[in-house]
Design a protein around this ligand. Structure first.
Ligand SMILES: [Zn+2]
Length: 224
């Protein structure tokens, strides 16, 4: 298994997308995005990297053949030579690895995805497809917007009670802890939960929608 989280360096995009932007939908030059995705594919050493058309939902797709871009927010596979990618610019990119059954998954956990339980649902899908057990899966949560910067309105805070911090009468959401607790309750072991402490909004090495609005996407990528 190999995995990585890209940052904004090492690509060919310019301006707001400088330089390793991996998303077509953000109005970057599509030739640059193609070149960037090729850089990533070579770096992973795989035949293909499968991306998703992400829609902040909870649909999970089992990837068996690679020439597709499914509309979903999580994917799973046990095929070698296919890397799965989740694109983000503040949302939590989650990677899953089941060493026992040689299977992987990725999930896109923004506020809505997290509320829908996309991470736990991805784990359930791996259990159904491959026999993955929560107690043996390893999970990697990459750089994402931290509670230091993730201010939310009262109207979207429902369901996140216990994960909100009040600072100067403003509400801040901790998405990382929300997902971490959900995995723990599911039976994932704390020593198998790896959570990046990097806040994308604080660290300019990463694209951040909250900080820049017009910006690129970096990715979490995993393959067998
Ligand atoms: Zn921050």
């Amino acid at each position: 298994m190999r995995y990585l989280f890209t940052n904004r360096f090492g690509g060919v995009s310019e301006g707001a997308f400088s330089s390793l932007n991996l998303a077509f939908h953000v109005t970057d030059n599509s030739l640059h995005v193609k070149a960037n995705r090729e850089i990533l594919r070579k770096q992973m050493g795989v035949r293909v990297v499968v991306f998703m058309e992400q829609v902040h939902g909870d649909r999970i797709v089992h990837i068996e053949e690679s020439e597709q871009t499914p509309t979903c927010d999580a994917m799973i596979t046990n095929q070698k030579g296919i890397a799965l990618a989740v694109m983000v610019a503040d949302c939590v990119p989650i990677l899953f690895y089941d060493a026992v059954h040689e299977a992987i998954g990725v999930a896109h956990a923004g506020r809505e995805g997290s509320r829908l339980g996309i991470g736990v649902k991805c784990l359930d899908a791996m259990e159904e497809a491959f026999g993955t057990r929560a107690s043996s899966v390893q999970i990697f949560m990459g750089p994402s917007i931290g509670a230091c910067c993730y201010e939310v309105g009262q109207e979207v805070s429902e369901g996140f009670e216990g994960f909100l911090h009040v600072k100067n009468e403003r509400l801040f959401l901790n998405l990382q802890t929300y997902n971490y607790k959900a995995f723990l309750e599911q039976g994932v072991l704390p020593e198998h939960l790896n959570v990046s402490s990097l806040c994308t909004c604080c660290h300019e090495s990463y694209f951040s929608y909250r900080r820049e609005k017009i910006t690129g996407r970096f990715a979490g990528v995993i393959c067998l």
